[in-house]
Ligand binder design. Sequence first.
Ligand code: ADP
Ligand code: MG
Length: 618
Amino acid sequence: MQSGIYPLPTEVIHLIAAGEVIDSLAAAVRELVENSLDAGATRITVSVWAEQWRLQVADNGLGMDCQNLKQAASPHSTSKIRDRQDLWNITSLGFRGEALHSLAQLAQLQIASCPLPFSSDADLGQEREGWQVTYDTQGLPVEMAPVAIAPGTIVTVDHLFASLPTRRQGLPSFAHQLKAVQATIHHIALCHPQVTWQVQQGDRGWFTLFSGKTARQILPQLLREVEVSDLQEVEQVAGCGFQVSGKREEEKGERNLELKIFPAEMLRVGKASPKNLQNSKFKIQNFTPSLYLLLGLPDRCHRRRPDWVSVAVNGRLVHLPEIEQTILAAFRRTLPRDRYPVCFVHLQVPPAQIDWNRHPAKSEIYLHHLDDWREQIAAVIDQALRLNPNSLPETLYSDRIGHLLKTAETGGGWNTSQPSKEIEGDQDEFLASSPHPLASTLKALAQVHNTYILAEHSTGIWMIEQHIAHERVLYEQLCDRWQIVPLETPIILNGLTNVQVEQLQRIEIDVEPFGEQSWVARSAPALLAARSDCADALTELSLGGDLQTAQVATACRSAIRNGTVLSLSAMQTLLTQWQQTRNPRTCPHGRPICLTLEESSLSRFFRRHWVIGKSHGI
Ligand code: ADP
Ligand code: MG
């Protein structure tokens, strides 16, 4: 950010997507809060008196001195950019110098501010003064007085839209407007987790948001039904249009990335070299493109509407439908029908790759390398949805868990001995394929009620429902390879409608008329071909849906039924295969597959921290 507030040159004003920035209470809050964030505030208090059309935003940011306060509400005056070049290097939320001027025109505007002392001031023992300024409708100061306030800024907007009664009438009810204010603050808070928010309706407290290290600590404060443990986060350096070089150092568990970033245009002309980096023609930004992902684990949270599928770029939530589509696609077949994921993606993009001047509210942008970003986002979500082998512990057996399990109840439905009746040959063979290195991380212990596989993991105890775990395995295999095989004995299907026949043909099954009202199927999906209920399965597939629906139906029909007795080795193989799936948390219908009981919860439950007399237990 530049120091001092100055009017922008006319040529720059013409390049900016001008428009009415302040069209509602929420928009006024957004503009003021963004100014606070640009001033580096970590504590922001917002007070709204909706019925009086009054609001106040107070922050502990950098503040303004008397000279800048006088200039702050003049038209097109900003401290954030200076010239046309700067439009391609926007690192602040604001840059148009419009908001305070618009507010001065639309309301009574008063700003009190006191600049943060410089260290040199303290050395000199100098106090920095606070000033309060009232502006006229042209944004010029009409009243100025010294004021005793802590460093930071308090902006008060009163009688908003008083001069535009039709504007007021056109706005929704106060309740709706307050909801919009809340949503605005929620969205901004998610993008700026370092800030503590206190929000009031008039003089009454409304809500508070505590700061956190990342958005993972913020989201549960916004969505009460979501807990921190329901959320998974990933942060990584991205490489969109940039060549990232340098060395990776692992030091005391901390990752230091030394990056050399070449501007995209330089890469395009093939001139990316350290020598050229010194060439002034190419402006180098000291900026690391990165991607932050926060997602609700699909077995724990999802929503009725896609209202928390959110994308932010450089600190602001934006509408990027292409990326929203990528997110929804990445969650396909992991959630129940008509449910949507909770997913927040925050991109840090080199300023030169964004054009904010697509929409006055900056909610729509032009983003370079969109396809690269989409690819990276899909890959990161994919990674976050897996059971990550790197996060799985290396040693299988923890003595503490072994001890706990030995003391666990063994009677009732717990089937810890070898099952008496094994599952049918075919399935056992299918499940008894070669073990994978990951197998050792999750150890099948027993089958419970012939439905659940009880497994031991070094983090605790896991219970996996056998049917849907197998369904997930089969479904992903079918997606990777939809194989139609000829039937040894063709199957006669009676009473199919033309639509059903077309549906079968669409999913590549060979069906022909065979007399009146009868058809003969000469091929079937490989998994179904040998089944005794293949005719029923084909009829089910003929009932509609796309290829994916057919794959789900086939997987569901072929998966081991609950109630089937499994051998320990069959269970172990299933667990191994299931752990390697892309979306192990839910079945293709969205049902959760696994219940985990963390060792730490067990320890808490059994009060293992109590020391009563001499303890022999631990
Ligand atoms: P913009 O944010 O686009 O620069 P604004 O009209 O919102 O334009 O603000 C004008 C200028 O006033 C800003 O560039 C900034 O220097 C100063 N300013 C506004 N609000 C604050 C604040 N809360 N703390 C410090 N400076 C502020
Ligand atoms: Mg602003």
